[in-house]
Design a protein. Sequence first.
Length: 301
Amino acid sequence: MMKHYQQQHTDIGEFSDISFWKKTDKLDLVYVSYGLVIVVAVIVSYILGTFNWLPYDPQEIDLELMMGLPGEGGHLLGTDFLGRDILTRLIVGIQAYFLPGLLAISIALIFGTLFGVLAGYWGGRFDTIITYGSNLVDSFPRLVLILLMIAAFKPDIYYIMVVVGITNVPVVTSLIKGRILLLKQQNFIEAATAIGLRDNVIIFKHILWFNCRTILIIQATLGMAEAILMETSLSYLGFGVQEPTPSWGNMVQSGANYLLKGKLWLSSAPALAILLTILGFHLLGDGLNNILERRRNGQAI
């Protein structure tokens, strides 16, 4: 049993083998690389906006340069209908979804992991109660819950992201529970207990860290993509971030009024930012999932 535990411990969760990455599908590496570039760009842009290290004031109005073309007057992406720099507002617009998105991800991962461990590791009544609770949450349409939240409170994006996080808890719970049940089938937990490991060491180190961290990372990337889509969609509809505070959603909405006049860059710049960013987070999650699943299928578990 000791030998079996050591084999499981070595095979699962260790992804630093250089030879493995050399054998990885090149397309998956492209996905992951592009996703990491997007993640770094989002974080750097958020820091620039937070410390106001910006080329222009995002609220500065220049009536002499309204709807300036890209590159005109030193504005790389042009200016909007009030002469405000579009690139600066795109950078600041990241703040509209970054912290709310992290809030939604944190709620989903923390509570999903907690419930998954309770249902999978101990089972019994915990499993029954958590299963019923997850089914109850899944039975409510997310859009209905969000609209109820908007009706009950002011359209604050943080309240909305709390709902998004709660509705994602059952997904994480199911994944963590499934992984723990798989480990039980392989006698992994039984072997760890037999060599004298305490429950908290087994759960936090050998289950969550060595066997579930990739699940949580992938769910975090997909959760951020969903948060961006949710925030920009609601801001576009007027329920999220309101003008003059920049958001990619309200920038697309305000620029859409000038599409028929040939002013395409007003809405196309934020629209492309939304597309490329969401695509980056999704490709990062898909690439990691493909790489790690391919490794897992080639090993003992």
